[in-house]
Design a protein around this ligand. Structure first.
Ligand code: NAP
Length: 515
């Protein structure tokens, strides 16, 4: 069986120590192994600091953008191979795999274009010059300057392709060398991406660790950035990491999220906006088997419509074929790991204690085309609660699978926003209404509790990608439970990897620095 090597200090090496096996979550067949120790992390950090920083620092934004363009092209060239890896190692259907792989290419292309626009700017302005003296000669100007450190990227299991690219694009464009660490269980896609990317990048710009982080973070220092995506328990460990605390290392966290979808009181289910709402809920439940950080988990609907909506969800979900994701007719594959299956089952049991079943019971299924007893499968589940704001199992615990809970409300926009807030901070929440006053009231309160608010309406329904799709031009991240981080958002995404500095001096000198 293949022992996956890491790419550290400019060479591929499998490491040593005990081994961990990567499996196909549909069949549980072993696919590859990784070793859990034996890497020289001190040398990898030195390589990034000495070689990567110098090589990337010698390039303009436009030149680094061109490198990102080449990476996006490399993904296109190996698309089918990458999709096959995502199907085998991630339990992805072809559609799920495309979402991950194409999403990575789109994000890299976005940052390639941004690099071309930024050209050879030495610093990025942050706002306009400000008069700070008696006359206009004495001025202030905020700018973003390059940071001189290493970006350490730690990613979750669910998006091994997009997750790698959405962090890599902004960091490389900003000029920081990267050490990327995918989640071990689904590392095959990320490993192949780095095989494709490494020859296209300057020495030291990109390194890869496959396998557990071990002592990796013991080597971070001032100027470095750690960008993490994963569960809140791991996030807590990182926040308290002695080395990160001691050196005030910048830490960006993307963690759990109990995303809500709210149907406005003006919307009939048969309308265009009603159809958008239903399609978004069903897509978020089933795409990637609900293993999307942005997926809708909590659904709030006007009391008078609840029965109709539950009926429509039952009907749609009954048509979803679950099984081997390599088969064309299958719309939903397994969860990605055995641990995921345990966690999701535990989450369903918690919900079952406080809610009633509308569809799918506790998730037992007989998957199509899968040997009996094999695979990490759970079916889509809809639960209901009469008291959505008071239901602790719904609002306090993220079930990272194909599960939503529906509850009623009286149609009040502020109450709808309070429901969003009850999740204590989410990546995205959505509201579906064609009533602008209702939407305005909703946004005023809900805005504090979400990184992104998706406002579904009849005017945008025909071109909407849904709330679950993260766009490189908009920020991704959310307050509170979601980790408090922020990524992407076009040029904003570079700021994690740069330092804002307030310059103060002669106005003409400040102007020349930005030329
Ligand atoms: P996880 O168990 O927290 O793992 C995430 C990553 O952290 C993996 O690469 C893991 O490596 C690594 N890791 C674990 N312990 C570590 C430590 N002590 N030091 C350094 N790295 C460590 O999360 P997951 O199960 O992969 O992902 C599921 C969670 O991610 C869900 O809760 C979901 O909400 C969240 N998520 C959030 C977003 C977002 O954008 N906000 C996106 C996707 C997922 P190993 O795999 O080697 O253990």
């Amino acid at each position: 069986m293949q022992l996956l090597p890491s790419y550290l200090s400019g060479s591929w090496s499998p490491g040593s120590g005990t081994r961990q096996t990567l499996v196909n979550p549909t069949t549980e067949a072993p696919l590859a192994e990784v070793s859990t120790s034996g890497h020289d992390f001190a040398a990898a950090f030195s390589h990034a600091r000495a070689v990567g920083t110098r090589e990337l620092g010698a390039l303009t934004f436009a030149q680094r953008g061109a490198l990102l363009g080449a990476l996006a092209k490399a993904i296109h060239g190996a698309r089918e191979e990458l999709i096959a890896l995502a199907v085998a190692n991630g339990g992805n259907t072809r559609g799920d795999a495309k979402f991950d792989i194409d999403g990575g290419a789109v994000t890299l292309s976005h940052y390639a274009d941004l690099g071309a626009r930024l050209g050879s700017a030495p610093l990025l302005p942050d706002g306009e010059p400000i008069q700070v003296g008696r006359t206009a000669r004495m001025a202030g100007q905020h700018v973003w300057a390059p940071r001189h450190g290493v970006a350490i990227h730690i990613n979750a299991f669910n998006f091994p392709g997009w997750g790698l690219c959405e962090k890599l694009g902004p960091a490389l464009l900003a000029g920081m060398p990267v050490i990327t660490k995918p989640a071990t269980a689904t590392a095959l896609v990320a490993h192949r991406l780095v095989e494709l990317f490494a020859p296209l990048l300057p020495p030291g710009a990109l390194q890869l660790l496959v396998g557990p982080a071990g002592t990796l973070l013991d080597h971070v220092g001032p100027g470095d950035v750690v960008a993490f995506t994963g569960g809140s328990a791991t996030a807590r460990t990182l926040r308290a990491h002695e080395r990160l605390v001691a050196h005030a290392v910048r830490l960006n966290i993307e963690a759990d999220s109990l995303n809500a979808a709210v149907l406005g009181p003006d919307i009939e289910l048969a309308s265009e906006t009603g159809a958008l709402f239903l399609a978004d809920v069903v897509r978020d439940m089933t795409q990637k088997t609900g293993q999307k950080c942005t997926a809708i988990r909590r659904v709030l609907v006007p009391e008078a419509r609840q029965a109709e909506i539950e009926g429509a969800l039952r009907e749609r979900l009954a048509g979803i074929v679950i099984g081997d994701p390599a088969r064309e007719e299958v719309r939903m594959g397994p969860l990605a790991t055995a641990q995921q299956l345990r966690d999701v089952r535990e989450g369903i049991a918690r919900l079952a204690a406080e809610t009633t079943s509308i569809f799918g019971g506790t998730g037992e299924v007989t998957p199509v085309g899968v040997p009996a007893g094999k695979g990490f499968f759970v079916g889509p589940i809809v639960r209901a609660t009469p008291t959505p704001l008071a239901c602790a199992a719904l609002n306090d615990h993220e079930v990272f699978g194909p599960v939503v809970t529906v509850g009623p409300y009286d149609g009040d926009a502020t109450l709808a926003a309070q429901f969003v807030a009850r999740g204590e901070g989410c990546l995205v929440s959505s509201a579906y209404s064609d009533d602008r006053d209702w939407v305005a009231r909703f946004v005023r309160t809900a805005g504090a509790w979400a990184g992104r608010l998706y406002l579904g309406s009849s005017k945008m329904a025909s071109q909407s990608p849904g709330p679950g799709t993260v766009l490189p031009s908009l920020t991704h991240g959310g307050p509170g439970r979601a980790g408090g981080g922020e990524e992407l958002g076009g040029e904003r995404g570079l700021h994690t990897y740069m330092q804002r500095v307030a310059l103060e001096g002669d106005a003409s000198v400040l102007k020349s620095l930005l030329a």
